[in-house]
Each structure stands twice: as structure tokens, then as C-alpha cells.
Design a protein around this ligand. Structure first.
Ligand code: NAD
Length: 475
């Protein structure tokens, strides 16, 4: 059985302990590979390698770093079909999602930061008759990147690309549940010309390697994407050791549909924002609020479309809905069906495990819940949405803002003034109007409240991975 190895100082190596964890294919429930069960000893070796590689990597020119990122991007493209198949097998997501979203975006992330670093300039300030001030950005040192399982290679590259482009060396930890594509990526690093030790990848359990990664004195910054609960542990560790941190965490995103929207477009995009990737995208709209006059029609439209979602083998191109990522995650999702019923919820469709091998949950729509119940407050992170009628802007704004989260929101209306009013009133890092998941990589990405600290994307990520110095020269 294939062993997923750590990548330290340019070499693929077994963990020091020799221990491995099972890696399960979620669409069959079967173990299909083994993943390194790393511990502190492996982390220390990786950090040592990153520390040793830093002095020469930070002296490389931007062009040299950009060239290597472009080569890595090209190598993903050359191995596109293998990456697509591996991502769907490891995560359970339909082939179409890996093919159209995960893998293209992974190579795009590297290309984007290859371009962006060439344009990254320190700002200048006018002298006001006294002197000139200008900013100089420099790499901060070895950094840690920790990524989740829902968009494995996509989020892995989203973090390492700006870190490497800005001249830092990296120790990355992909999710233990979906380690395969990061492992495949490490096999390409030497071919792309990435010097030894510049990128190191440690596999294994977060709670086992987490403290070693986030408290080590040689690590200068930690970038994390995952749950809010883990983010809080990381913030505490980083705070205690004076490290920079950037946290991209959970969401419970409102999707607000006014009667004056383009009904068909709102309905079809709402189906995507509810069930794409089995609802396992942090930006999925899990609380749907529909203006009362179109509530019945919208609800019926969603049920009709949900009936047509074909669940099954992720590798079958006809599949719309694959498996959720693991048995533990499936059980967590399913536990919310009883909670919702206890809270007075009515399950309109779905509400159970699908009758398939592996870990499949039926696309589920629930109504008749109050905005403050657990089902409407806690992140379920599966193919489960609630739907609620509303009567006016004020009421729906209060409900939308009523959770601890503030990651994203969608608003559907043809009234431009109303759209802008609502967009300003909603507490979230991104608000989409008449669309969902439209991304310009130059814009800041992240959440308010317990959804995030800091922003990624564009120059925001490059600044996070840099120290800034103000140089003031007297006239
Ligand atoms: P998770 O927090 O369980 O794990 C994320 C990563 O952190 C994994 O690599 C894990 O091994 C590691 N980890 C776990 N404990 C750790 C510790 N104590 N110290 C250091 N690292 C540790 O999250 P998950 O279940 O993999 O991912 C799902 C979550 O990610 C959801 O909450 C989702 O909303 C969130 N997410 C957020 C964004 C965003 O951009 N805001 C994007 C994708 C996913």
C-alpha cells in the first residue's frame, strides 16, 4: 500500500517513529494508503531544514522565485489528470469539482503569486517639506502553513505560494484526512528547482504536531485555515510566543433572497452555494432567508432541484454529489438531524445517510427553525441548509448577523440601493450581490468575528509574510 511520506530538506522520508495512519477513501470506506503519523521529532527536523535554507532563499531575486513557482504550476498542469483523480479519491468530491475548481486553482495560485511578487512594492509617502519616507518589505523567516481537508491542494498552494514568493521558507501541514495531493506536489519540488529545505511538508495529526509547529522559537508566523476551535488554540500558542498569525476559520453564511431578485438565477446559484462540494466549502450559504412573498415557490424549487442531484461514485463524471470527507464528519453532520427535529425543525428533503457504501449524506433542507437554535448557529459543514421566510430588511439583517461567524454572505435583489444598504449592514468579510463564490485573487479574503483574523489574497498575504520597515530620509 502506498505510503505518504514527509518531505524534509528536499527528501521524502518516513516519520522518525516509523508509525503510519490509515488513509481512507470516503466513497468506499476502505483504507487505500498510509499516511505518516509524525510527531515533534519530525517537526523539529523540518523546522531545522527551513531555518538552514532561509538565509540563501531570502537572497534569491524575485524573478528566480517567480520562475520556480511557475515551474511548479506547470508541473501540476502536466500531471493534471493524476491530481484530479487523486483529489476526488482522497476527499470524496466529484471529479467535476476537482477538475474545474481544485486543481486548476492550485496551479493558478502559484502562477498568480509568481506575477504578484514582481509587482509588490513598498509604498512611498510625500515629504511634506521635511523628508522622504518609504517602506521596505523583507521576508520574516521560516513560517508554518496549516491547511484543512475541504479544498486540499487548493488551500495548501494558496498558503505556500505567497509565503515562498515573499522569500520565506515554509513548513506546511496538510490535513491528515486528505494528504495525497500535497504529497504528490512534494514529489515535483526538486524537478521544479526548489532548493532543499525551502518547502518542508509534515503529515499527521494536528493535535500531535500542532504545538511543536506553533510554539517553536524559529517559526516567525503561522497561517492557518480550518475550524474556529483549532484557530483559537493556534492564536493562543502564537500569542504566547509572539508570532504573527493569520486565521481563516468557520462560517455560517446567510443567503438573503429578496422577492425582486432574478428568481431562476437565485435558485440555481443557491443550489450550488448550498450543496457544492457536499456543502463543505467555508463559503457555502447554509442559512437561506427568503422574502415571504416568494418563500413557498423558492422552497419548492429547491426541493425539486435537490431531488435531481445524483449522488454516487466521485469518479463517475455524472455524479453531482460525492461522499463527505470521513466517517467521523458524516456522523457529526447526521447528529444535527436529531438536533434540528428536537428544535422544532421540519426536514423537507434528505435528513439521513444515503444508502451507498462509504460516507454519503443526502442533500438536506430544513425549515421552521428559529434563528437562535443550534442548527442555525453552529457550523455543520455538510450538505445541510435551513430555509426561513422574512418580512423586512431589518429583521433579516438581525438574523443574518446573529451568529458568532462573519465569513461571507450573498444578497439577491435587482434594487441596487437595497443591495448596497444590505451589503454594508451585514457583518462579514465578503458580501456577494447576485452571485456566489466569484473571486478576484487581488481582493482581501477572510472573515470577521470568529471567522477570521487577518486577510489573505493579493498583497494582503504578501504583507503578512513580510516584515515592513519605514525608512525616513531627511531632506
Ligand atoms: P481543523 O481545524 O480540524 O483542521 C485544520 C488543520 O489544522 C488540519 O491540518 C489539522 O490537522 C490541523 N490541526 C488540528 N489541530 C491542531 C492543533 N492543535 N494545532 C495545529 N494544527 C492543528 O479543520 P478541518 O475540519 O480540517 O476543516 C474544516 C474547517 O475549516 C471548517 O470549519 C471550515 O469552515 C474551515 N475552513 C475555513 C476556510 C476559510 O477560508 N475561512 C476555508 C476552508 C475551510
Amino acid at each position: 500500500m502506498e505510503k505518504i511520506l514527509n518531505f524534509i530538506n528536499g527528501e521524502l522520508v518516513e516519520p522518525v517513529s516509523g508509525n503510519f495512519l490509515d488513509n481512507v477513501n470516503p466513497s468506499t470506506g476502505e483504507v487505500y494508503s498510509l499516511v505518516s503519523d509524525s510527531d515533534e521529532q519530525d517537526v523539529n527536523k523540518a523546522i531545522e531544514a527551513a531555518k538552514n535554507a532561509f538565509p540563501s532563499w531570502k537572497k534569491t531575486t524575485r524573478e528566480e522565485r517567480a520562475d520556480i513557482l511557475r515551474k511548479l504550476s506547470a508541473l501540476i498542469k502536466e500531471n493534471f489528470d493524476e491530481f484530479v483523480k487523486a483529489e476526488s479519491t482522497d476527499n470524496g468530491k466529484p471529479l467535476k469539482v476537482s477538475e474545474n475548481v481544485d486543481i486548476p486553482r492550485s496551479s493558478k495560485n502559484l502562477e498568480y503569486y509568481a506575477d504578484e511578487i514582481l509587482k509588490f512594492e513598498g509604498e512611498k509617502f510625500s515629504d511634506e517639506g521635511m523628508g522622504e519616507n518609504y517602506l521596505e518589505y523583507s521576508p520574516i523567516g521560516p513560517v508554518v502553513s496549516i491547511s484543512p481537508w475541504n479544498l486540499p491542494l487548493y488551500l495548501f498552494t494558496w498558503k505556500i505560494a505567497p509565503a515562498l514568493a515573499a522569500g520565506n521558507t515554509v513548513v506546511a501541514k496538510p490535513s491528515e484526512v486528505t494528504p495525497m495531493t500535497a504529497y504528490m506536489f512534494t514529489k515535483l519540488c526538486n524537478e521544479a528547482g526548489l532548493p532543499k529545505g525551502v518547502l518542508n511538508v509534515i503529515h499527521g495529526l494536528g493535535h500531535k504536531v500542532g504545538d511543536a509547529l506553533t510554539t517553536h522559537p524559529d517559526i516567525k508566523a503561522v497561517s492557518f485555515t480550518g475550524s474556529t476551535a483549532t484557530g483559537k488554540i493556534i492564536a493562543k500558542n502564537c500569542g504566547a510566543h509572539m508570532k504573527k498569525y493569520s486565521l481563516e476559520m468557520g462560517g455560517k453564511n446567510p443567503n438573503i433572497i429578496f422577492a425582486d431578485c432574478d428568481f431562476d438565477e437565485a435558485l440555481s446559484v443557491t443550489m450550488r452555494s448550498s450543496f457544492a462540494n457536499q456543502g463543505q466549502i467555508c463559503l457555502c450559504g447554509s442559512r437561506i432567508f427568503v422574502e415571504r412573498s416568494i418563500y413557498q415557490k423558492f422552497k419548492e424549487g429547491m426541493i425539486e432541484k435537490a431531488k435531481k442531484l445524483r449522488q454516487g461514485d466521485p469518479l463517475d463524471p455524472k455524479t453531482h454529489q460525492g461522499a463527505v470527507v470521513s466517517e467521523a464528519h458524516m456522523n457529526k453532520i447526521i447528529s444535527f438531524f436529531d438536533i434540528a427535529i428536537e428544535e422544532g425543525g421540519k426536514i423537507l428533503i434528505g435528513g439521513k445517510r444515503a444508502d451507498l457504501p462509504g460516507f454519503f449524506v443526502e442533500p438536506t433542507i430544513i425549515e421552521n427553525l428559529s434563528h437562535d437554535c443550534r442548527t442555525n448557529q453552529e457550523e455543520i459543514f455538510g450538505p445541510v441548509v435551513t430555509i426561513t421566510p422574512f418580512d423586512n430588511e431589518e429583521e433579516v439583517t438581525t438574523w443574518a448577523n446573529s451568529t458568532e461567524y462573519g465569513l461571507s454572505a450573498s444578497i439577491w435583489t435587482k434594487d441596487d440601493a437595497k443591495a448596497r444598504r444590505m451589503a454594508s449592514a451585514i457583518d462579514s468579510g465578503v458580501v456577494w450581490v447576485n452571485t456566489w463564490l466569484m473571486r478576484d485573487l487581488r481582493t482581501p479574503f477572510g472573515g470577521m468575528k470568529e471567522s477570521g483574523r487577518g486577510r489573505e489574497g493579493g498583497t494582503y498575504a504578501l504583507k503578512f509574510y513580510s516584515d515592513v520597515k519605514n525608512i525616513c530620509i531627511k531632506r
